[in-house]
Design a binder for this molecule. Structure first.
Ligand code: GLN
Ligand code: ZN
Length: 763
């Protein structure tokens, strides 16, 4: 039987973020459309050549995107909201970017003035990844029209290079599942959408494509009857003519959708055996012999080198009985491109890692081992085994002191000493504050000057003493200004932080940082997630000196400012050799040390941000509670080492709390600041129904827009809040940190906010 290799999709950004720079040049008006498209074509050519040279047999096409593959699909279907003002189906590149990024209303390159400017499509996270897609938007009565040029052109482009590719197409049911209907259920468009997909497939067949990879990751979600019926209807229609379909699922197990998936008349099925290794037995038991199975055995979501022997042991018996494709669990979009570009990482850590390029290499080794016998790749297998063994025992990873602390966690460490009601009185006595106390979320504007100084320091052009002096001056200015405008609880401003996770990761043991491990976050935005590779501990205090300095400048209380364990975990590449919750608990212990040290230094209020707690929710509802339980427990482990008089704050950057309120309550933070400015405080009704007892600061200043809100608006918002919750429970603060804003916006907005609090107190 033969084994072949597929990649399912390769990073689009290029090894050195070439796509980012090409896009940004173009958006800045410094390169033409043709130049941008040339750069994109060069990236595709290079990616194909690379994958082929590495040993991939099934090369993907149409996995490339100038911004986002969900947006590409929307454009393919002509699902272009009216506000972009294009005639049916006519989607130019500038329309595409308008949908992705909005327009400013300034005169566009076409010479027309587009008036007030158009908002972009909404953007949200792709399943449980940190990649963001543009949410498809459908309106009642909208007409869809086909624009298949991208997918067909990219297939032909590869063919002209002598390469046969398997085009990647986001499946219709997943696209509809991700879509948002305005006055309409997106699934009302099912038949229209299927009609267009059928035409796309026939175009591809006509162009010569024998196979199409059709991605339906919705198959790993809890599906309702409408979605299930849609899948049946869709594939009955799409499998009839056109290329053979490789139905591709990832990010979890098919589980209760397995029978449905196997009932669809497709020629192949890809399953994720990294997230859900256990599903292989059921798949093998039920899959007909004629179905081509594609096994996702290499982790497409993480950066670990695989244990090839272990994989071989699992797949060899399968490969003995049927043809199989070996593949990453999902598209390699979610991994950095090439480990060989990492020149500064510790060599011991490097041998444990594999980025996209190395993952294709691993697949090729597995393929040879199965097709030609293990002796043909003896050395490669031995190296892999060696790395896996080293990782199991390395003292860089396994710290007995951390293991001991983990064992010593007792239930009393997971809760404050006294219930909130009593704590509140103790805190009021220790730290008297006016009604409607005012504060901010932590960061102040990261101006060009701040970023420049950091970059110069990083390059070695600004010495540590001078950089430190610069940061202290910025901090002092921020403290003075906060005092001057009359805020009640101050912050130091976070000028010394590059990023709320990286700043802590760099100071904790167990984390490594790459120099070129970029992963696409959205459009041209890329991130370099920290790599959590080992047991976590905190060698020394991380923020205490900054807090001490800030507090030395003022009589007003300054909040200590930390990132919470769940957020640090969710925004990092994490260990696969222990459960996520174990890693999280270790981070929580380190944060607990910092909280205790801040208190000992004199901090009366400490904020522990959990910006990413909600987005860590598992894809299947039945797994939610388990996650929420350990996430809340980790927060509490971090927060509960302090005396009753110390006020613990937390901040969350979102407004969807309804389904997780009991867990938010269980976090038992003394003060919780949340995003509400855009939803007219509606969300507080849920807090009221739940009888949430602790203090809440519903954001009254939407920091996501440059607009400066007026005092009246903020008073109105707080009055709305007051209809849900008693005033004694309320704080007054912005929605989120102010780092992305300009001082020209922040100054008047916060002056107005303090004014609003005064007006409320006087009323
Ligand atoms: N303290 C952080 C800040 O103000 C919080 C940011 C966030 O929650 N995303 O920047
Ligand atoms: Zn926030």
């Amino acid at each position: 039987m033969t084994v072949t290799v597929a990649t399912l999709g390769f990073p689009r950004i290029g090894p050195k973020r070439e796509l980012k720079f090409a896009l940004e040049q173009h958006w800045a008006g410094k390169s033409s459309e043709a130049e941008l498209l040339d750069a994109a074509a060069a990236l595709r050519t290079a990616a194909w050549a690379r994958q082929q040279a590495l040993g991939a047999d099934w090369l993907p096409s149409n996995d490339f995107s100038l911004y986002d593959h969900v947006l590409d699909t929307s454009v393919m279907l002509g699902a272009i909201p009216q506000r972009y003002g294009v005639a049916e189906g006519e989607a130019t590149l500038s329309t595409y970017f308008a949908m992705a990024r909005g327009t400013t209303g300034a005169t566009e390159s076409c010479g027309h003035n587009h008036g007030a400017g158009q908002t972009a499509l909404e953007m949200t996270k792709w399943f449980d990844t940190n990649y963001h897609y543009m949410v498809p938007e459908l309106t009642a009565g909208q007409r869809l029209t086909l624009n298949a040029s991208k997918i067909v052109a990219e297939y032909r482009e590869a063919k002209a290079l002598g390469l046969e590719t398997r085009p990647v197409l986001l499946g219709p049911v997943t696209w509809l599942t991700l879509a948002k209907g305005r006055d309409v259920d997106p699934f009302d468009f099912l038949d229209e959408v299927l009609g267009l997909y059928a035409v796309v497939l026939s175009h591809l067949k006509h162009a010569g494509a024998e196979w199409v990879q059709i991605d339906e990751p919705c198959l790993v979600l809890d599906l309702n009857d409408i979605q299930r019926a849609a899948l049946t209807r869709a594939y009955a229609r799409l499998a009839r003519s056109g290329p053979q379909l490789m139905l591709t699922t990832y990010f979890g197990a098919l589980d209760d959708n397995l029978n449905l998936a196997l009932s669809l008349p497709v020629a192949g099925l890809h399953v994720d055996l990294v997230r859900a290794p256990q599903q292989i037995d059921a798949v093998l038991a039920k899959a007909p012999a004629t179905l081509l199975l594609s096994l996702g055995v290499i982790d497409g979501r993480n950066i670990w080198r695989a244990d090839l022997d272990a994989i071989l042991a699992r797949v060899a018996p399968i490969a003995a009985k049927r043809d199989i494709i070996l593949a990453p669990s999902c598209s390699l979009l979610h991994t950095p491109v090439d480990l060989a570009l990492e020149r500064k990482l510790d060599p011991e850590v490097v041998q444990w890692l594999a980025f996209a390029v190395q993952k294709v290499e691993e697949l090729a080794i597995l393929k040879r081992a199965l097709n030609e016998g293990q002796a043909s790749v003896q050395d490669a297998l031995a190296q892999s085994a060696q790395a896996a063994a080293a990782r199991r025992t390395s003292s860089r990873i396994h710290d007995p002191a951390v293991a001991e602390r983990m064992r010593a966690i007792t239930p009393d460490m997971l809760a404050r000493k006294t219930p909130y009601g009593d704590r509140r009185q103790i805190q009021e006595a220790a730290l008297p504050l006016p009604a409607y106390p005012t504060t901010t979320i932590g960061s102040f504007p990261q101006t060009g000057e701040v970023r420049h100084a950091r970059a110069e320091h990083g390059r070695g052009n600004l010495d540590t003493v001078a950089y430190g002096r610069f940061l202290r001056e910025e901090t002092e200015r921020a403290i003075r200004w906060q005092e001057e405008i009359g805020l009640d609880m101050l912050v130091h401003g976070e000028f010394e932080r590059n990023d709320m996770v990286q700043y802590f990761g760099e100071q904790l043991s167990g984390f490594a940082f790459t120099v070129s491990g970029w992963v696409q976050s959205y459009g041209s935005r890329c991130v370099r997630p920290p790599i959590l590779y080992g047991d976590v501990s905190r060698p020394k205090p991380m923020t205490v000196d900054w807090w001490l300095y800030a507090q030395s400048l003022t009589e007003k209380p300054v909040k200590g400012m930390l990132t919470g364990p769940v957020t640090i975990l969710n925004w990092s590449f994490v260990r696969d050799d222990q459960p996520r919750e174990a890693s999280c608990r270790q981070i929580a212990l380190a944060i607990r040390d910092e909280v205790v040290d801040l208190e000992a230094a004199g901090a009366q209020a400490i904020q522990i941000d959990e910006a990413a707690l909600r987005e860590g929710l598992p894809l299947r509802q039945r797994d939610w509670q388990h996650y929420l339980d350990w996430a809340v427990e980790c927060f509490r482990l971090g927060a509960s080492g302090v005396a009753d008089a110390t006020q613990i704050h937390t901040h969350m950057c979102y407004s969807e709390f309804n389904d997780i309120l009991p867990s938010i309550g269980a976090m038992d933070a003394d003060v919780l600041s949340i995003e509400t400015a855009r939803s007219q405080m509606e969300l507080l009704a849920a807090f009221a129904d739940y009888r949430y007892p602790n203090a809440i600061g519903p954001g009254v200043y939407d920091i996501h827009a440059p607009r400066v809100p007026t005092t009246d608006e903020m008073v109105t918002l707080m009055r709305l809040a007051g209809q849900h919750l008693p005033p004694r429970q309320l704080w007054v603060n912005p929605d989120c940190g102010l780092k992305t804003r300009k001082w020209e916006e922040v100054r008047p907005a916060l002056v107005a906010m303090v004014e609003a609090a005064r007006a409320l107190r006087a009323a």
